[in-house]
Design a protein around this ligand. Structure first.
Ligand code: HAS
Length: 544
């Protein structure tokens, strides 16, 4: 059956916008890698930190958000009635236009060197007010998209009283709910603090409050990237490997736990900052270890899916099932490599979250290495894997063997590039090399000289990754020229042996109340303390 053209336009616009951001962000990444490795010098008029801001904003905020919204809309349409409702489409387009306008405005401000504040836009560095307005447009646009999905979901539930919603839709709603609650933090700091301050209505900004509100949002932001990848791992991958979803209840529970525990943990990004009492840092670190549990449940569930499916096909021995996985299918290979890398990537996260070890790695290249494994490998490779079937589905085409091969080559190039880049980042970080620093040898200090070969390896890795970005963008356009045909949307079925799913998991009000309670518990006293002790605040700084 042809994919509804109006829905295809929505999904495709988001995906193409996402990959345009990936390409631009990739150019910035390539250049900054070469600069940091001491291999090129930038022409006058372009600064290292300007590139770093463009790279972070376009990759971490724009590529991810557009891709995620496009992907979730595709699954919502598919599982909740076969097409988007007219009102949902209006929400989606309105969101798209706002987000796209915000992206264009924000990128222009960065290119004009009026917003070289990096993607975390930490106060007291001050960008042009237009940069903050661009952020508002991006966030409000994403809210509209979230409301659209919730609208369609509620409509479906009204028409299917007493039925459990499809797993994909349930997981999309958790993802967007988490996003809506988390972005309240960033909206609050931008609207109440940064905009009045950058317009000169107030002279100073409370730095601690702004950073705290940022990380209230910043940590769930990383789960906003991860959850759609988990949707693919839980719901799509079983179908692609010819297996079944191990347990619907376990999958839903892990998402609910992620919703509960991903927000009240922002202090683990601020462990080295003054002004937050050790008790509250400790409490949020405990909650951080709680949010690891659903990821361990996910690992267990995936192993179970792989093993059961392999054994049903005749696998013998402890690891015989590995042979039965479709290694030559890019739709499996790319996300699987993402899963595999998530094992060391997640272990790195546990190191970061341990207070004493955080003292060793904080603000070093180790952290940059960590997030290039998590978001730029586990998540990005999964998104690439999704793209290799999603574009054929929505353009009514079939993936050719040649394109499948190109996809596998592109994945391997990405992995090789990331091995060099992230591996060197981790190592140089342990030797103390700081993150977010342009090329310098600190007057040939012996420590800094020791870092240099790793910086060169990072640049080599970054160049290899750029080749993979180019190939990915080429593949997207090449996919649009593949032969016409019917590609079904891959949605897995739940194993017959799975226990029934408790209806409680879909009683949203319980989970929303619990989220609010946890947030209030983790943040009320420390925020009151910050307000109580806050000094005069900081005037703006333009350091570039
Ligand atoms: Fe993180 C910093 C702690 C996960 C992203 N993180 C960052 C930053 C980013 C980021 C962007 O506690 C930098 C922000 C900045 O600019 O300053 N992180 C954690 C912890 C986890 C974690 C505890 N991070 C992520 C994910 C990200 C991400 C996911 C993006 C998508 N992170 C930190 C901390 C910092 C931090 C501190 C601050 C550092 C500092 O000082 O600045 C956990 O969620 C990780 C749990 C994951 C696991 C792995 C489960 C494995 C699975 C795969 C199974 C594989 C299979 C296949 C089945 C426990 C699910 C295998 C098959 C075979 C055949 C073997």
């Amino acid at each position: 059956m042809p994919y509804p053209p109006k829905d295809a336009a929505i999904v495709l616009s988001h995906i193409i916008f996402a990959f345009a951001a990936l390409l631009l962000g990739g150019v910035a990444g390539l250049l900054q890698g070469l600069v940091r490795g001491g291999m090129v010098e930038l022409p006058a008029g372009i600064g290292y930190y300007q590139l770093l801001t463009a790279h972070g904003v376009l990759m971490a905020l724009v590529f991810t958000t557009f891709f995620i919204i496009g992907f979730l809309y595709s699954g919502i349409a598919n599982t909740l009635g076969g097409k988007l409702l007219p009102a949902t489409r209006r929400f989606a387009w309105f969101g798209f236009v706002l987000m796209a306008s915000g992206t264009v405005l924000g990128t222009i401000m960065i290119l004009l060197n009026k917003a070289t504040v990096l993607y975390t836009f930490y106060a007291p560095m001050q960008a042009s007010v237009l940069f903050y307005i661009a952020l508002v447009l991006l966030v409000v646009g994403s809210w509209s998209s979230g409301f659209g999905m919730i609208y369609q979901y509620r409509y479906w539930r009204r028409k299917h009283q007493g039925q459990l919603s499809p797993l994909f839709a349930f997981m999309s709603i958790v993802t967007m709910l988490m996003w809506l609650i988390a972005t309240i933090g960033v909206a609050a700091t931008v609207i109440l603090q940064f905009i009045p301050w950058s317009l000169g209505w107030v002279d100073t900004i409370n730095v601690m409050i702004s950073r705290t509100l940022f990380w209230y949002f910043g940590h769930p932001l990383v789960y906003f990237w991860l959850l759609p990848a988990y949707i693919c791992w839980y719901v799509v991958i079983p179908k692609i490997i010819g297996g079944k979803i191990f347990s619907d209840a376990l999958a839903r529970l892990s998402f609910i736990l992620l919703l509960l525990f991903s927000i009240p943990v922002g202090f683990h990004h601020q462990l080295m900052e003054p002004g937050i009492s050790p008790l509250w840092k400790y409490i949020q670190v405990v909650l951080t270890f709680m949010v690891v549990i659903p990821s361990l449940m996910t690992a267990f569930s995936l192993f179970a899916t792989f093993e059961i499916s392999g054994r049903e096909k005749g696998a013998k021995g402890l690891f015989g099932w590995l042979k039965y996985l479709p290694w030559k299918d890019v739709r499996f290979f790319a996300p699987f490599m993402g899963m595999l890398i998530f094992i060391p990537a997640g272990a790195g996260g546990l190191i970061n979250a341990s207070h004493q070890m955080n003292g060793v790695i904080h603000n070093t290249l180790w952290v940059t290495g960590h997030f290039h494994l998590t978001v730029a490998t586990s998540v990005a490779l999964t998104f690439f894997g999704i793209t290799y079937w999603l574009i054929p589905v929505i353009t009514n085409r079939v993936l050719t063997p040649a394109m499948n091969r190109l996809g596998i080559i592109q994945t391997v190039i990405w992995l090789v590039g990331m091995f060099f880049m992230s591996g060197s980042m981790h190592t140089a970080g342990l030797f103390g090399s700081p993150r977010r620093t342009a090329y310098t040898t600190y007057n040939d200090h012996p420590d800094a000289v020791l870092w240099m070969p790793y910086h060169v390896a990072m640049a080599i890795g970054g160049t290899i990754l750029f080749v993979a970005v180019i190939l990915m963008v080429y593949n997207i356009f090449a996919m649009m020229r593949m032969p016409k045909g019917d590609t079904p949307y891959p949605i897995g079925e739940v194993s017959d042996q799975a226990e029934p799913t408790p209806k409680l998991l879909e009683k949203w009000w319980i989970w929303i109340v619990l989220v609010v309670v946890l947030i209030l518990f983790a943040y009320t006293i420390p925020v009151l303390e910050m307000l109580g002790q806050s000094g005069p605040g900081s005037p703006p700084w333009v350091t570039w």
